[in-house]
Design a protein around this ligand. Structure first.
Ligand code: GAP
Length: 494
């Protein structure tokens, strides 16, 4: 058996569409750029990922609780968080092709090209210069650098660039019924702020003691200028974020702890260690004193799936100023001098993972093409090697014929299993074809019901990854499959 050639992103996009995982949004109207819909299998996989993340946060940690805050929030929140003034991407247009690009991405691509050609130093110098100019908001100089580096528009092949402008990524809309009364509000660009502004509500109503965390899963919106690479960068996406509130000066050890726990999570859902790495931020956002990304090796290279940030007390302090409401916590634990720690604004360690990016990583990793035999016996098999607990269906129930009482027996087995996990029932077509269809959507077990089943109450279980079959008694099915497909198997590894 051999592994087929490298998977391309196009293989992933096609498979996701053909087998009901991800569809382009509004497809019959020719789509809407960077917006996607999850299909009947995709929504199951995504829900399973969200469920396991939720439990890893709120069930495995007795000091982490969840909330579900609204997408619409008071507009001042985004002023306080820095998003109104600073959540920008530098964009540039080519006057000939009328195409728009992110100036930083054009320069990064050039640096990547230098690195590829073996000129790592030149690549680094270019990135440093870009960082310096963007940090100083010297947009004219960024444009000059693009021209000096001879970076042409890939479409028109010209250097006919507009000036560089900052483009705010937040979507805005109006709230209120009459035009005069309406207020401009934003679709949240991160779920984190919904947690910050509920910090005291949760702390007081839940009698939480620092250190404690608040977790949330929800939609976020960003008007990304360059949105490509499928669901990697979308305009409407979902985040799974957790803000962990700690005593000032203890944040670095919590940051390290959460960084390691989050890496364990990604391995536990089946991402291989060699395809995961940390990328430490050298240049930090103004509110952070440490930041690291967990990157996964996608078909288009290592890219961020999760960020772990030590955000200091920036957000709570800023909300205290803008809202004019104290955001302090009274800590009555005693310090080394026997005095209570007293009032302070907690520091925050954040873990933030995109549900869609995690989905894409897990999907890319699961997509497997194998060839067996040679010449006339050459066979190709494609299947999704998903962790059984994440698969849309855990088992398929397949009577080998539609007659002789086999469907009735199969329905009995379906009834017995479906209260525990999700099963798929099918009678149509040859059994081999049905196995193939289940492989393509990642069903880990196929249960075949044949004439022998009627005699001795045994069935065949066919295993997706090995294609091996074993005969088991019907009474053993729940025990045999139940644990294999349980979230417990993932949670035990974290
Ligand atoms: N609260 C911190 C925050 O939002 P971020 O690095 O901007 O930090 C966190 O985003 C995570 O959200 C990323 O690691 C990524 O997984 C996901 N994410 C961000 N922008 C995204 C987009 N346009 N499409 C899909 N996922 C995105």
């Amino acid at each position: 058996m051999s592994q087929a050639p490298e998977t391309s992103l196009q293989d992933i996009v096609s498979h996701a569409k053909e087998y009901g995982f991800v569809f382009p949004s509004s497809e019959i109207y020719d789509g809407l750029q960077a917006v996607y819909d999850y299909g009947q299998n995709g929504v199951e996989l995504k829900n399973n990922l969200k469920s396991v993340w939720w439990k890893a946060m709120t069930q495995l940690n007795d000091n982490v609780v969840g909330i579900d805050s609204a997408i619409f929030m008071h507009p001042l929140i985004w002023k306080a968080s820095g998003h109104v003034d600073g959540f920008n991407d530098p964009m540039i247009d080519n006057k000939d092709s009328k195409k728009r690009y992110r100036a930083d991405q054009l320069l990064e691509a050039k640096a990547e090209q230098y690195a590829h050609e073996g000129n790592a130093q030149k690549a680094q110098e270019l990135l440093n210069e870009m960082g310096r100019l963007l940090g100083a908001n010297d947009l004219d100089a960024v444009r000059n650098l693009i021209i000096a580096e001879d970076i042409k528009c890939p479409v028109s092949n010209t250097l006919n660039w507009t000036e560089v402008r900052q483009f705010n990524l937040m979507f805005s809309t109006q709230i209120g019924s009459v035009a005069e009364d309406s207020t401009q509000i934003y679709l949240r660009p991160e779920t984190a702020q919904g947690i910050f502004v509920n910090f005291l509500n949760v702390q007081k109503s839940g009698r939480m003691k620092v250190p404690f965390g608040i977790a949330q899963i929800g939609k976020a919106f960003r008007n990304e200028i360059v949105a490509k690479q499928f669901i990697f960068r979308m305009r409407e996406f979902e985040q799974m974020e957790m803000q962990f509130f700690v005593r000032p000066s203890t944040e670095m050890s919590w940051y390290e702890q959460w960084r390691d726990t989050r890496l364990k999570f990604h391995k536990a859902v089946g991402l291989p260690a060699e395809k995961l790495k940390f990328h430490i931020h050298e240049k930090l956002a103004h509110y952070a004193n440490a930041a690291v990304d967990i990157e996964y090796q996608f078909p288009f290279g290592f890219r961020e799936i999760e960020g772990i940030h030590s955000r200091t007390d920036f957000d709570l302090k800023s909300h205290q100023e803008y809202a004019k409401k104290k955001q302090q916590y009274f800590d009555n634990d005693l310090d080394e001098n026997g005095k209570p720690f007293g009032n302070y604004i907690p520091y925050v360690v954040e873990t933030s993972v995109g549900a869609d990016r995690l989905f894409l990583a897990v999907f890319c990793n699961a997509f497997t093409k194998e060839t067996t035999g040679e010449g006339e016996t050459l066979k190709e098999r494609t299947y999704l090697k998903l962790h059984p607990a994440l698969a849309p269906y855990k088992a398929a129930i397949l009577p080998i014929t539609k007659k002789d009482g086999l469907p009735e027996k199969a329905r009995e087995i379906e009834k017995m299993l479906k209260t525990e996990f999700r099963v798929f029932y099918e009678e149509k077509d040859a059994i081999g074809k049905r196995y193939t269809r289940q492989d393509l959507i990642g069903t880990p077990f196929c249960i075949a019901i044949d004439h022998q089943t009627l005699e001795d109450d045994t069935v065949t279980i066919r295993h997706r990854d090995t294609t091996q079959q074993e005969r088991v008694h019907v009474s053993e099915l729940r025990a045999k499959i139940g644990y294999e497909v349980s979230e417990q198997r993932i949670l035990e590894l974290i």
